[in-house]
Design a protein around this ligand. Structure first.
Ligand code: ADP
Ligand code: MG
Length: 361
């Protein structure tokens, strides 16, 4: 691409709806400071679906919670900026951030049980979410609740609206949570491992639903997951997190084809194959996830990296552009042959034996 056509392409990009700059969130514990989010920077564009992927403990949830100032005690945001439509969410009042939560940026979690009140009818809770932001009258809220339940494909929505959460299956509860998340037509929906607790078939249905809603409503989706298969099924762009930092980011197609960080490569390698599942256990990444209280010096991934060289033990690699739109932080990627061609191609439409939307936990 010539410089001028690249510049033209860049001009056509819409302005980001959310800009996260050098976000730092820490836990002050008896043993020391835990840097749960350590300098995370990324943009989210209107209507896109962005994946945040990484092993458990890599800082995905704390990143998401920091955006809405929901980090639990004793966690604290100690640095950085979160700009939503050019407004710094760290600087606004508690009342203003409460207004943004749910109205502009909604969040759904892994366990709907913990977010739904067991003693209130599900429909009532969804209507309340609308009324809280004064976006509707009671009558309108009731009507819109039924529409929303239909939209998330809950059968017999008119009668289900009166069900209590325990009367719904796990998948239905998650659909109800998504309906609640969408109730105020937010421009961003953050979903933190929303399907992890569900069985494979239901998981695939929920992901399909999220993809449809993303297309139909233009809601930007941030999908947090430890599963690259989920990213392949839903997202167009991905951030790969390791030990509180982004180690690679870029278009999903490009990264699946040509991962430039060994950690991304390992994550892709650990996606299970449908046909091999019965014979082979999921290959997990060797070594332990790092202790964020005492992260390794140099590249945080070096103790587990099959490609490490000497300077990886001492130098922290910067996140640099390695291809158009693709960033990676690895000191020695040029010398590495990561065998991307040997990776299982699970992108929708790829001839891999894995049907699109069929996602294995
Ligand atoms: P993920 O969502 O990627 O699994 P989290 O964002 O929940 O990871 O957590 C990131 C890191 O934050 C954890 O590895 C842990 O070190 C730290 N952390 C989270 N909660 C606490 C807490 N209450 N006290 C101390 N450290 C915590
Ligand atoms: Mg989490």
């Amino acid at each position: 691409m010539t410089r001028s056509t690249r510049a033209d392409a860049a001009k056509r990009l819409p302005a980001p709806i959310l800009q996260v700059k050098d976000l730092q969130t820490q836990f002050l514990t008896h043993d020391g400071i835990v840097k749960a989010v350590d300098g995370v920077t990324f943009d989210l564009y209107p209507g896109e679906s962005l994946g945040i992927v990484g092993e458990s403990g890599s800082g995905k949830s704390m990143t998401a919670l920091s955006l809405l100032r929901l980090v639990p005690d004793p966690g604290k945001i100690v640095g950085g900026q979160v700009l939503f439509r050019d407004q710094d969410l760290q600087q606004i009042s508690d009342e203003e951030i409460r207004d943004i939560r749910g109205r502009d940026i909604a969040m759904i979690f892994q366990d709907p049980q913990s977010s739904l009140n067991p003693v209130l009818q599900t429909g009532f809770q969804i209507a309340e979410a609308m009324l809280a932001h004064k976006k509707a009258t009671k009558q309108q809220a009731r009507q819109r609740t039924v529409e929303l339940l239909k939209r998330v494909r809950i059968p017999a929505a008119e009668s289900r609206v009166k069900d209590y959460p325990h009367q719904l299956s796990g998948g239905m509860r998650q659909r109800a949570m998504i309906a609640m998340g969408l109730s105020n037509a937010p421009s961003i929906l953050i979903a933190d491992e929303p399907t992890t607790a569900l069985d494979v078939t239901v998981q695939a249905q929920i992901l399909e639903l999220l993809a449809d809603l993303n297309h139909e409503l233009g809601t930007a989706i941030v999908m947090i997951t430890h599963n690259m298969g989920v990213v392949a099924g839903l997202c167009t762009r991905v951030l790969v997190m390791y030990a509180g930092q982004i180690v690679e980011q870029g278009p999903v197609d490009q990264i699946f084809e040509n991962p430039q960080h060994p950690y991304t490569w390992s994550l892709l390698r650990s996606i299970p194959r449908v046909d091999a599942l019965r014979h082979e256990r999921l290959r997990s990444i060797e070594g332990l996830a790092p202790d964020l209280l005492r992260p390794p010096a140099g590249c945080r991934f070096h103790p587990r990296c099959p490609f490490r060289i000497e300077k990886c033990l001492t130098d922290l690699p910067p996140l640099v552009e390695v291809k158009p739109d693709q960033l990676a932080s690895c000191l020695d990627r040029a010398k590495k042959e990561m065998g991307a061609d040997k990776l299982l191609d699970i992108r929708p439409g790829a001839a891999s034996g894995l049907e699109p939307g069929k996602i294995i936990p």
